[in-house]
Structures are given as C-alpha cells and as structure tokens.
Design a binder for this molecule. Structure first.
Ligand SMILES: Nc1nc2c(ncn2[C@@H]2O[C@H](COP(=O)(O)OP(=O)(O)OP(=O)(O)O)[C@@H](O)[C@H]2O)c(=O)[nH]1
Ligand SMILES: [Mg+2]
Ligand SMILES: [Zn+2]
Ligand SMILES: [Zn+2]
Length: 349
C-alpha cells in the first residue's frame, strides 16, 4: 500500500484543472467517483461492500484521503483492491490538483476509481475534484435536516446514499422528509437507501454505478426506446376507446420491458400500457426502473393517476417519464412533477 503526502495546490484555476483531469481519465477508461460525507457516515464500509460485490465485474481502485492515519486504505487493501492513502496534511478537502497527484502515484488502470474525500460536508462540495460522479453519503444517525444545513453538498451531488438503514429504528430519521428536502434542492438527485451491513438497497446502487462507468455508452439509446414503445403500441387491445398506447420501461442497468394497454368489456378491468410493462418486468424479477417511454397514435398519453402511483412504488431515483407520438415531439417530465408529495418506498431511492 502506498501512502503519499499532499499539499495544497498553488493553482487558483481549480475548475480548469478538474475539467482537464476529467477528460484525461475518460480517455484512459477511468470513471472517478467522489464520495463525500461527514466523518463516520459509512463510506469505507460501503466501499468494502462494493468491492466484494462488484470486484469480479469491474476493476476497482480506491483513493483514501485523510488528514492522517492509514486505517481506511488498509481496510480496502485487505479486500485485494488497489488503494492509495493520501494524507492531506490538515487540509479538509481534496482539490483537482491533489486528486491528480494521488491518482498518478497510485498507478490505477481502467475501471472505477473511488475517491473517499475528507469527512466534511462543507468544502468538499466547493472544490471540483475532476470526478465524473459525485456521491454524498448521509447516515440515518445524522438527521433528516442536513439538506437544510448543507445545501451546496446536496446541489453538487449526482446521488445521495442514505446509509445504515438497518439502524433506522433507533433514530428519528424521516426518510420521506430527507428525500423531499434533498429533491427540492436538486430535483435530478438519485437517492439510494442502503445498508452496507445487510446489503439492503445495494443492488440498485451498484447497478447505477455500473451504468455510470460504462462511459455513457447506453445499451439502449433514447431512439431505441422510442421505437420499442411505438412497436408495442401495435399490440394494444383497445376495441372500446380505440386509443392505442405502448410503453417501454427501462431499468438502471439498461434492460427494457414493453407493454401495451388492454381493455375489457367491464371498463374498470382495463390495464394501461405502463402497468402492463411493469407486470412484464416484475415477472422477470425487476423491481427498479429509471425511465419509461409512452407512445400513442397522436398527441400525448401522460400516465393516469394509478400508473403514476404504481411507477412510484418501483422508481429508481426521480424517474424520467417520456411521452410522444408520430405527430408530437417527445418530451420528458420527472415523476416527482407528475406525482408531487407521492408516497411509497421508491425502491433504489
Ligand atoms: N449499522 C450499520 N453500521 C454501519 C454501516 N456502515 C458502516 N457502519 C458503521 O459506522 C462506523 C463508521 O463506518 P466507516 O465505514 O468507517 O465510515 P467512514 O465514513 O468511512 O468514516 P471516516 O472515514 O472516518 O469519515 C463503523 O463503526 C461501521 O461499522 C451500516 O450499513 N449499518
Ligand atoms: Mg472512511
Ligand atoms: Zn476544506
Ligand atoms: Zn394508467
């Protein structure tokens, strides 16, 4: 295990350095994930879990940034992952220059490299490290009021991991309140509820990380999803309304499931295309969806109230709802806009 000492970089152009590092890492096939939180939220434990779960699927490297000590890098090294311990010499955050120095010293190859930033909810949010993905960890023992106190951290993160959910009964942490407050600051935030101890919620987080590390090469493109939804519409059974709808539901890993509406002589027994697609996915063991495309013959078929509620049960983060047809350009709204103040577990956040 390598230990290096970092000093504050003298450059005052951190944003430019960060952008250059981001590009260079991308060319090298590295996805850099910056983990930020207050001390003790469970970052190292989470990383250990991720290495055990994903280590055979993807190369994982870890940069441990600490003011002093080597305990975190040692814990990671025991699991066989390449790690480096960077001492910040009292500095309470990493900047892009320091990140580059640590990265170069570690000699990582392609794959996912995690930066466990210094435990602190303030300045790590102010300094772009060059990461492609910023993830904030908030444990249930810290309180659901953190979005109110540290708004920048929530605004600059791509994902929020609410950690140690196995211990939730011992604290008065209100997940719905924390989620609402966080999404008010950052509607695009992906939220995961995770226990590294019991593995609850880990699949959704790990799938999302895999998706992020594929360098934006989605297996299914936006156009593919639109075509699939429009093809599914051809299977609609709608003899009463003649309103044909097709849907294409997308999981965080990029798997797709289609559905079409089917009506019934007893009108109340009618099933919408969205719920048909959800049923199809559920039967294949899927429980977590990030997007749905809904196609009809003309105009827009926004999901009905029942479908909004059903999607909310299985959403991963704030789901994207795409609607369109041959004569109407495709447009997107978030599920939180279509179902404000919705309730449900939100599997995977
Ligand atoms: N119950 C429970 N405890 C956890 C979980 N994850 C971590 N912990 C405990 O929380 C404490 C801190 O965990 P770490 O993983 O060291 O947290 P950290 O964020 O890396 O801490 P620093 O690097 O010091 O900021 C340890 O005692 C862990 O055992 C979890 O999912 N459930
Ligand atoms: Mg740690
Ligand atoms: Zn600082
Ligand atoms: Zn519906």
């Amino acid at each position: 295990m390598k230990v290096i000492s970092l000093s504050r970089s003298v450059t005052d152009s951190n944003d430019r350095d960060a952008e250059a590092l981001r590009q260079a890492l991308k060319t090298q096939g590295v996805t850099l994930v910056n983990l930020m939180s207050s001390p003790g939220s469970g970052k190292t434990t989470l990383l250990s879990r991720i290495i055990r779960d994903m280590g055979d699927r993807v190369n994982i490297g870890v940069m441990e940034a600490d003011i002093a000590s080597e305990v975190d890098a040692k814990a990671i090294e025991k699991l066989g992952a390449k790690s480096i311990q960077a001492h910040t010499g009292g500095m309470c955050h990493m900047d892009a220059g320091m990140t580059k120095t640590a990265f170069d010293a570690a000699g990582f190859e392609s794959g996912i490299v995690f930066l466990e930033n210094v435990g602190n909810l303030i300045c790590p949010a102010e300094f772009d490290t060059g990461a492609h993905v910023n993830v904030m960890v908030l444990s249930v023992s810290e309180g659901d009021d953190k979005p109110l106190k540290y708004p920048l951290m929530f605004k600059t993160s791509d994902a929020l991991v609410i950690s140690k959910t196995d211990a939730i009964d011992y604290f008065d942490f209100d997940i719905a309140k924390a989620t609402r407050r966080a999404l008010e600051l950052n509607p695009k935030l992906r939220i995961f509820h995770v226990s590294a101890r019991t593995r609850e919620g880990m699949d959704a987080l790990e799938n999302w990380l895999m998706e992020k590390s594929s360098n934006g090469e989605e297996s299914m493109t936006h156009e593919d999803c639109i075509s699939l939804a429009t093809e599914a519409l051809e299977n609609s059974y709608s003899p009463y309304s003649h309103f044909r709808v097709g849907a294409c539901l997308v999981t965080p890993e990029g798997d797709v499931f289609t559905g079409a509406n089917f009506e019934n002589a007893s009108f109340g027994a009618t099933i919408c295309a969205e719920r048909c697609a959800v049923s199809n996915a559920i039967a294949h063991g899927k429980r977590c969806f990030s997007k749905i495309y809904i196609s009809c013959d003309s105009g827009y078929a926004w999901p009905c109230g029942i479908c909004r509620q059903v999607l909310n049960e299985f959403r991963s983060g704030d789901m994207e709802i795409w609607v369109g047809s041959k004569d109407s350009p495709w447009q997107m709204k978030r599920l939180s806009e279509l179902l404000p103040n919705g309730f449900g577990p939100g599997i995977g956040g």
